[in-house]
Design a protein around this ligand. Structure first.
Ligand code: RP5
Length: 154
């Protein structure tokens, strides 16, 4: 089955944290693909990925990046798919720089921004499930089941 979520990270060094998002997507039965694409090291790859994503069947992009963290905004500039940015706690500023960069997209090209690190990565996947659930009943049911199971946890 074709992937519905495209997970992109700016560096292999983001992989451990972004695994939290992949685990959530898998637990909800959401097909996804994973790529390492840097907006500054491989800008042409970033453009081509975003431009072709929709026609390949991707419906939501999750983009994780640290430091200047322009990756989610760059991808959003090349596609009309919803892009969810995950700030990574890389570098001396521990992700605050990435958070500000991603959340402060100038008006006109939106990027949804979640929390720094693995909590944000998980929420990016849950947010993707909520978006996909509008159209895909199976995903909505899996997400509703997850939410109802939370009722008994605290
Ligand atoms: C960004 O810069 C990546 O998203 C990563 O979080 C950060 C550091 O990358 P590396 O220097 O570890 O490759 O490109």
């Amino acid at each position: 089955m074709a992937s519905l979520v495209g997970v992109v990270m700016g560096s292999k060094s983001d992989a451990e944290v972004i695994q939290s998002a992949l685990d959530v997507l898998t637990s909800l039965g959401i097909e996804h693909e994973v790529n390492v694409i840097s907006a500054h090291r491989t800008p042409d790859k970033a453009r081509k990925y975003a431009q072709s994503a929709r026609e390949r069947g991707i419906e939501v992009i999750i983009a994780a990046a640290g430091m200047a963290a322009h990756l989610p905004g760059v991808l959003a500039s090349w596609t009309i798919l919803p892009v969810i940015g995950v700030p990574m706690a890389s570098g001396e500023l521990k992700g605050v720089d990435a958070l500000y960069s991603i959340v402060q997209m100038p008006a006109g090209i939106p990027v949804a921004c979640v929390a720094i690190g693995s909590a944000g990565a998980k929420n990016a996947a849950y947010l993707a499930a909520e978006i996909l659930g509008l159209k895909h009943d199976k995903i909505r049911h899996a997400y509703e089941k997850y939410r109802s199971e939370l009722q008994g946890t605290s």
